[in-house]
Design a protein around this ligand. Sequence first.
Ligand code: AMP
Ligand code: ZN
Length: 470
Amino acid sequence: MNLSLYNTMSRTVEAFEPLERRHVRMYCCGPTVYNFAHIGNLKTYVFEDILRRTLEAAGYRVTHVMNVTDVGHLTDDGDEGEDKMVKSSKEKGLDVHEIARMYTDAFFHDTDALNILRPHVACRATEHIEDMIALIKRLEAKGHTYVAGGNVYFSIDTFPDYGKLAKLNLEELKSGARIDVDENKRNPKDFALWFTKSKFENQVMVWDSPWGVGYPGWHIECSAMSMKYLGESFDIHCGGIDHIPVHHTNEIAQSEAATGKPWVKYWVHGEFLINETGKISKSKGEFLTLSVLQEKGFDPMDFRFFCLGGHYRSQLVFSWESMDAARNGRRNLVRQVRALKEQAAASSVLCAEAQSYVDEFSGHLGNDLNAPRGLATLWSLLKDNSIKPGDKLGALYRMDGILGLGLDSPEQEKEEETAIPHQILALVEERLKAKREKNYHRADELRAIVEKAGYKLTDTPGTTQVSKTL
Ligand code: AMP
Ligand code: ZN
């Protein structure tokens, strides 16, 4: 399979050629574990999974590394705002370590449900503080840092390439800079590598360092951990587009200033999932998580299917109607696959016609991960009556190696029978509302109705799971 990828650095689609023959080293910015992942975050992890599966289908060995940010970082990328972990711990009345553990588990629970392959290394920031300190020391020794107000800052004026990824115009930025920025900074775009308690009192997560007791900045985490596991230069760095102007820009500055080498060969960014109010975020409007979709009767795979319907570099607009359409589309696919399974076993060697559909599919995915066109090829294959069921199934399974819809799993077959009818879901929703309004009498009545109809309710904090009584 030929593979080309859009590289944010060059703003062009480039032929993919890893630094090391047949081996791809790939780093993906992971979650900050102070809350559940929202479905926008999950869209990004789905696209990164499609990238990894495409690389593997193209015959590469992939080493996939992802960080888990369990050290607090601030609500604003530019060193402003509150500490997200501390804020969440106060709100939930839990210790920051418990918060981190709980949301790390929840994150992997969601990504497993979406059939996203786990990274080979998922590294926690709290377990790599020494690596971050070593990197800051390296930068300090080369004159890229300064200490002000107790914090260590990276001086962007010492790195002439600063802003090359985002094509930032530094002069414009300087003149337009906000006045309320951290007054310790010599340049408003300088960023903290290490905070000490002199700036943030009562931090729980703090470590000893040559600059005093404190904690690392967010950006240094990704530079230190990616280089530890992937080397000083590696192939692919991924994330959502919001990371281009600050987080990835700062990661490049730190890494290349420390090593003096080019750091990442291909920068691959996914566009946002949005809704009618704009960007989906943790603070804006309804907080849409995978569990919310499940409560509304969707299977996690419906969401995966929904994501595959858009190109990763296009904005995807979320609505309940489009989720309904995705569910119908996926069910139709599962139904057709089941009918094929009843007719034949999947062929291991494909006839030339079936193989040509697989090749066409691979061509689309290899061309900057064009999953929507890949899906179109899949539907054409299904419609082609000249291809025998065994060959069709064999070809579908090969395609699904990249799409990751789990078409060969027996669970898919049960799924339609276990789908919860809309009327039941509406009752569950009404019961949740009654509980929120402390109308427990009504909530109990609704529970009784749902149970009588043959469904079981399990209450978990803040939500309710509904399943068919066996
Ligand atoms: P965060 O936990 O905020 O660092 O985000 C985790 C990943 O999700 C990052 O790669 C972000 O760029 C990405 N992301 C955040 N919001 C969205 C969104 N609405 N749509 C798609 N990706 C997003
Ligand atoms: Zn990162």
